[in-house]
Design a protein around this ligand. Structure first.
Ligand SMILES: NC(=O)c1ccc[n+]([C@@H]2O[C@H](COP(=O)([O-])OP(=O)(O)OC[C@H]3O[C@@H](n4cnc5c(N)ncnc54)[C@H](OP(=O)(O)O)[C@@H]3O)[C@@H](O)[C@H]2O)c1
Length: 304
């Protein structure tokens, strides 16, 4: 099968399209013919080893010393079940599925074999393959942090979302909105139009105004791009207010995927897709995501 192989840590040019062995599903696995995946900030970070100081050593130990041990990057997929292992009962051949492989990576390829009990579900009926792939990465991360902030406990919580236009930010806005939160978003003037389209009216453009100088106070501050710190934001919090930064550890679960599926089915969550690249354009896709300026998500089309 065709796959994008990361030959070493480095610039986008270290990525090569190669022919590799097609995975064979074990008893509990399904083989998915991938239709779409995404190139996200996490893929770029791993490929470029963009981490500071001692973390570089840790990451090399975890992911591989001179190159990623899992040479095929990519964590998100949508596609069609092609074969199933003989103990698989949850899925059948032909099912349209979507999911996240996390630290197992491997989705920038024509096929992936995943355990039936892993982070994989049937796609929402109303989603295209591109939409299904696009809602996963930012969506699961946003749910992880908004759950920590207990956004579902009481409606009408006042939330400040810093970095509102990225993959995590656009998902966080929509999920917070679904829970009737009172949202203020921080974005650039370039991102203003998108944030309005997502239904936010209180917007602070960081290139015109310093968000830390405003008079409003919040129950939740979620920095979805990781440019602030708690000390800087403390005065903006109400008593018992919570500050969360996306740069802290987050984990992905199939329950989060289920929530995303339900929200998409109810039209409460839209896939925000900035650009779509073909598999052969993967270097270009990485270059674009690496700018840190993308709006929402970048889809990598694996097949038609
Ligand atoms: N903890 C975890 O497991 C986890 C999971 C996912 C992501 N992350 C981290 O979360 C961060 C965001 O990820 P992502 O995938 O959402 O990124 P992304 O899609 O690349 O988004 C970056 C966005 O942030 C905006 N932005 C840049 N500088 C900003 C600033 N100073 N203030 C407000 N907005 C700004 C950019 O638009 P403009 O340039 O127009 O402002 C762009 O739309 C990354 O650092 C990533 O590593 C962590």
């Amino acid at each position: 099968m065709k796959a994008v192989v990361c030959t070493k840590y480095g610039p986008p040019e270290v990525l090569q399209i190669q022919q590799v062995l097609k995975p064979i599903p074990t008893h509990n696995q399904i083989l998915v013919k991938i239709v779409a995946t995404t190139v996200n900030s996490g893929d770029v970070r791993v490929r470029s080893l963009d981490v500071k100081g001692f973390m570089k050593v840790i990451i090399r130990l975890v992911l591989g010393i001179s190159k990623p041990r899992k040479a095929i990057l990519g964590t998100v997929f949508s596609g069609v079940v092609e074969t199933v292992g003989h103990k698989v009962s949850t899925f059948k051949v032909g099912d349209r599925v979507f999911g996240m492989t996390g630290f197992n990576f491997g989705t920038h390829a024509e096929y992936i074999a995943v355990n039936q009990n892993s982070n994989v579900l049937e796609m929402p009926d109303n989603a295209t393959f591109h939409e299904a792939a696009a809602i996963v990465f930012g969506g699961q991360t946003a749910i992880y942090f908004l759950d920590k902030a207990k956004i579902t406990d009481t409606p009408g919580k006042k939330i400040l979302i810093i970095g509102a236009t990225g993959s995590v930010g656009t998902a966080a806005i929509q999920i917070a909105k679904y829970h009737n939160a009172d949202i203020t978003a921080v974005c650039s003037s370039r991102g203003h139009k998108l944030v309005v389209e997502l239904g936010v009216t209180n917007i602070i453009c960081y290139d015109k105004e310093d968000f830390t100088k405003q008079a409003e106070r919040f129950d939740i501050i979620f920095d979805a791009v990781g440019i602030s710190n708690k000390k800087q934001c403390k005065k903006l919090l109400r008593a018992n207010g919570i500050y969360l930064n996306v740069n802290k550890y987050a984990s992905e679960t199939v329950q989060q995927l289920q929530v995303l599926k339900e929200l998409f089915k109810k039209n409460a969550l839209n896939a925000v897709i900035d650009k779509t690249f073909s598999m052969d354009e993967v270097i270009e896709a990485h270059r674009y995501v690496e700018t840190g300026r993308k709006k929402g998500n970048v889809v990598l089309k694996i097949c038609e």
